[in-house]
Design a protein around this ligand. Structure first.
Ligand SMILES: Cc1cc2nc3c(=O)[nH]c(=O)nc-3n(C[C@H](O)[C@H](O)[C@H](O)COP(=O)(O)OP(=O)(O)OC[C@H]3O[C@@H](n4cnc5c(N)ncnc54)[C@H](O)[C@@H]3O)c2cc1C
Length: 456
């Protein structure tokens, strides 16, 4: 008997987990525009240790036993077929899972079309800028901003790093509660970070670009996948990309940042950690969007078409899923939720395959969002693990005798999931980073008092 064909659009961690779990029951094809997987969780460490990039690109070739990863850029998912860039005939499927994830500014993520060489150059360039700058400002106070700050202060403890966040506490938009945000704040302050809360920086016209990497891709005229990443690997091309790209994302040189409250802050280097956006161009023509441009789903994680009706054989998973949680805004864009989506979709599709139909019966598993859990690292040697609670306060996990820090360090901070991703993609072992811990000298003496230094 022919196995049904499942096409997964997007080979991120969600897409890969789905593919592996459905590999035995179906003919699985993953359409992924990147040549290799890129572990963005480790991206921020490469800002201070550019050689860490070597551990972040993970080849897809051994990930599946039966199915396959195909390098292809999907232009449009329709209710019964998929339009691929460069191909006239659309691809048909029995089931489709949209798992196109999210986009984030450099250095949180790198552009999908970039090759290994250009990527290394980008991080080298960023590292050189960082080494030169004294006053470093991170706009945004979510998990990415925190982790970036931790990495920088681990290696450069004497630098003046400031986080400017529009919320009343760190990670205020991640549904984890104030207690966890305040705990992270204390930790970063002990490392020497200056934190300004409840303050919104007005982005200049040019900065508007960095809000959306998608816009930036358009403005740089990105070559199609078919032109090949090989070309982008060329030394000359790599330098060109680095020059164009990093100058958009990293503002080097003395600059004054203006806030909505009328204050001005001076900075030498600015990072924009202003949140994720979603590659909705893939699904917006034929499916319903949530307010934040995710693909809306029903309670079984089936996509809703533009008329709001559920499409029985198209599912949505991972960051791009506009699940019914939070009044249809979807879940926080973390893997905890992505993996919960995987569990539901695998169970539902397996049942459909067994019954031989995808309509006319009740799907076995309804999606119930798990509580948000976070493990945020504050450099290589520590971190904070916390969980959102129903009353909204949030709680720290294993909060006794330094265990919270120890667990966070062991589970995440030392390796940033490089081991886990290599294992998932059956790609051998990554090379551990063998750099001694920098000595924490002169933190107090070398730093200018933030209030004097920043506010003009
Ligand atoms: C710096 C950083 C640190 C993070 N740390 C953590 C953490 O510690 N823990 C945690 O749980 N979460 C973390 N996250 C969030 C986590 O990375 C995401 O939740 C996770 O990557 C989502 O996986 P995904 O498969 O849904 O999407 P993605 O990882 O975004 O994968 C989507 C894939 O789809 C592909 N794609 C997109 N469009 C197309 C197209 N048109 N055609 C073909 N392919 C396409 C993309 O190339 C990509 O490979 C972090 C995020 C950032 C930015």
């Amino acid at each position: 008997m022919n196995k049904p064909k499942i096409v997964i659009v997007g080979g991120g961690l969600t897409g890969c987990n789905l593919a592996q779990q459905l590999d035995n029951v179906a003919d699985v094809v993953v359409l992924e525009k990147k040549k290799t997987y890129y572990n963005n969780v480790g991206s921020l460490r490469a800002v201070v240790y550019p050689e860490f990039v070597n551990n972040l690109f993970v080849p897809y070739k051994n990930a599946l036993k039966h199915g396959k990863f195909v390098q292809a850029e999907v232009e449009e998912v329709r209710e019964n077929e998929i339009k691929i860039r460069g191909l006239d005939t659309p691809m048909k499927f029995d089931y489709c899972i949209i798992a196109v994830g999210s986009v984030y500014n450099f250095p949180g993520r790198v552009p999908w079309w970039i090759g290994n060489l250009a990527c290394k150059k980008m991080f080298n360039d960023c590292n050189a800028k960082l080494a030169k700058a004294d006053r470093i400002t991170i706009i945004g106070g979510g998990a990415v901003a925190i982790e970036l700050c931790g990495e920088i202060l681990d290696e450069f403890p004497y630098k003046n790093v400031t986080i400017i966040h529009s919320g009343k506490y760190l990670m205020s938009k991640q549904g984890l509660g104030e207690k966890i945000g305040r705990h992270v704040q204390t930790k970063l302050q002990a490392m020497g970070c200056h934190i300004i809360l409840d303050e919104t920086i007005v982005l200049e016209d040019d900065d508007e670009l960095v809000k959306s990497q998608a816009n930036l891709n358009v403005s740089l005229t990105i070559p199609s996948t078919n032109e090949g990443n090989e070309e982008m690997e060329g030394e000359k091309k790599a330098s060109e990309i680095v020059k164009k790209f990093t100058s958009k994302f990293l503002h080097e040189g003395e600059r004054e940042l203006k806030s909505k409250s009328g204050k001005t802050y001076k900075t030498d280097l600015t990072f924009f950690c202003t949140g994720s956006s979603f590659p909705c161009e893939v699904y917006e023509k034929n499916f319903m969007l949530s307010k934040n441009y995710r693909c809306r789903t029903d309670n079984y994680l089936r996509a809703l078409n533009s008329r709001g009706q559920c499409v029985p054989n198209v599912f949505v998973a991972g960051d791009c899923a506009g699940t019914p949680s939070n009044d249809g805004e979807g879940d926080c864009a973390t893997l905890t939720f992505g993996l919960a989506h995987v569990e539901v979709i695998v169970k539902n599709i397996k049942k459909c395959i067994k019954v031989g139909s995808n309509t006319g019966f009740q799907l076995p598993k309804e999606y119930v969002a798990p509580p948000p859990i976070i493990c945020v690292s504050t450099g290589r040697y520590g971190g904070v693990a916390g969980q959102g609670t129903k009353n909204g306060d949030g709680k720290l996990l294993f909060n006794f005798c330094g265990m919270n820090n120890y667990i966070s360090k062991t589970l995440k901070s030392t390796h940033l999931y490089t081991d886990g991703t290599h294992k998932l993609f059956k790609a051998g072992k990554p090379k551990p980073l063998e750099v001694p811990r920098p000595k924490k000298t002169h933190i107090k003496s070398a730093k200018v008092q933030p209030s004097k230094q920043y506010e003009v």
